[in-house]
Write a protein that binds this ligand. Sequence first.
Ligand code: ATP
Ligand code: MG
Length: 138
Amino acid sequence: MSNRTFTMIKPDATEKGHTGGILEMINKAGFRIVAMKMTHLSPAKAGEFYAVHKERPFYGELVEFMSRGPITAAILEKENAVEDFRTLIGATNPANAAEGTIRKKYAASIGENAVHGSDSDENAAIEGSFFFSQLEQF
Ligand code: ATP
Ligand code: MG
């Protein structure tokens, strides 16, 4: 069981001014922010981050969306972080997201769904180091 996960507040949520509201939900759920930055992914970087979805029909749309504006990337610490954060963000499609989840409150659609959360301990470590050096993790 890992105690760290990785998240991004996606361009849709940034555009709508939901960054503060989402960070508040993350803190209230007991996660400690151990690294954080605002940045703007190039299409190449967004494509690299989501390379696992390269063969999926929505890949082009996903890359275009993730590179259209700034995001906030962060590493979060909590016991059972990966699983508990997936619970906090809710289902990929906000129509199926449970009450009280970040996507239920802030996501517009299956594509523009406000936040990313790592799906395994291994991917949390890979994704965290995609954005942050060891010197930027506290
Ligand atoms: P994330 O990895 O961003 O946390 P997830 O793990 O809930 O999301 P994935 O299956 O990994 O879902 O899909 C990655 C992202 O690709 C989704 O969050 C969404 O932005 C986009 N996506 C997934 N399915 C679709 C779809 N059917 N149509 C459009 N975009 C989609
Ligand atoms: Mg995923």
